[in-house]
Design a protein around this ligand. Structure first.
Ligand SMILES: CC(C)(COP(=O)(O)OP(=O)(O)OC[C@H]1O[C@@H](n2cnc3c(N)ncnc32)[C@H](O)[C@@H]1OP(=O)(O)O)[C@@H](O)C(=O)NCCC(=O)NCCS
Length: 251
């Protein structure tokens, strides 16, 4: 599932995430990065970077995303990496491996010109990304309390990360409630999955990230049936799982 439908996920992403987003006095340009694999290599898409075809460029851009992530949540990852990844390696190493999981699609926005990867790399600091999302089409159970064993297809949102200057202006809501939701609907259509097979969106959020939790709840997301929960002795879990059902008819 992770890579079988990758081309369709990329096509839906290209259709529903705008190539440029006006933000205050600047334009944020889109760059899509795809972690494809030997078995499922991408054909050429418009300006879309394939990890298989161009690992050097892709990995340099992904490293910028680790820097962004470090800025936002580095201190949390440093604290929880052992519990989260069950090893003693630095969190960046664990995250790097996770980021190269085949099937992941990244949508990155920054002031760099679209497709102008060389310029982007020459001026890394000035043009470094301001925000990104990453997601994958996958299968999960534990979604609905009424039938927790049922396996659903869904888009798993691995990351949504905005740097402070672009937060609090409605961009996060747009990215999830409009662009990602439309992408999910298009994925469902393109893959010919039915409403009974495709659930919507799922994600993981650190329990201590109260701001992100408030944000997801404002967007209508709810805890998944198998989300870890606080115990009666008030021990708070490391993370929660949130889900959003997307079942309306597509445009
Ligand atoms: C969480 C994040 C994605 C939200 O994006 P954003 O662009 O700042 O959020 P928006 O401006 O679109 O806000 C959307 C809604 O969420 C609410 N919201 C956003 N941030 C909030 C906060 N810190 N506290 C309470 N509510 C918040 C807004 O009030 C808004 O509600 P409304 O539209 O009904 O008025 C962004 O702040 C971020 O990247 N944070 C750091 C990284 C992170 O924690 N990512 C999540 C990892 S799981």
């Amino acid at each position: 599932m992770e890579t079988q439908y990758l081309e369709l996920v990329v096509r839906a992403t290209e259709q529903h995430f705008p190539v440029a987003i006006p933000f205050q006095d600047q334009i944020l340009h889109r760059q899509i990065i795809v972690i494809d694999s030997n078995q499922h290599q991408l054909d050429t898409f418009n300006g879309c970077l394939s990890h298989h075809k161009d690992p050097d460029t892709t990995e340099r851009l992904l490293w910028d995303l680790i820097e962004l992530l470090d800025h936002n949540l580095g201190s949390v990852y440093t604290r929880v990496t052992r519990e989260l990844y069950h090893n003693t390696r630095p969190w960046r190493i664990n995250k790097w491996e996770e980021m190269l999981t085949p099937g992941l699609v990244y949508v990155v926005y920054g002031p760099h010109a679209r497709g102008d990867t060389a310029a982007c790399l020459r001026h890394r600091n000035r043009n470094s990304p301001l925000l990104f999302l990453s997601f994958m089409l996958t299968e999960e159970n534990g979604i609905t309390p009424s039938d927790p064993d049922r396996v659903w297809s869904l888009l798993y949102l691995y990351e949504i990360q905005l740097l402070p200057p672009v937060r609090g202006h409605g961009l996060g809501r747009k990215l999830i409630s409009e662009y990602l939701t439309r992408t999910a609907m298009a994925v469902r259509e393109l893959t010919k999955l039915t409403n009974e097979q495709f659930f919507g969106i799922e994600l993981t959020v650190f329990a201590e990230n109260h701001e992100a939790i408030r944000f997801y709840r404002r967007l209508g997301m709810r805890r998944a049936a198998d989300s870890p929960e606080s115990r009666h002795d008030d021990v708070i879990p490391l993370y929660y799982l949130y889900v959003m059902r997307i079942d309306n008819v597509t445009t």
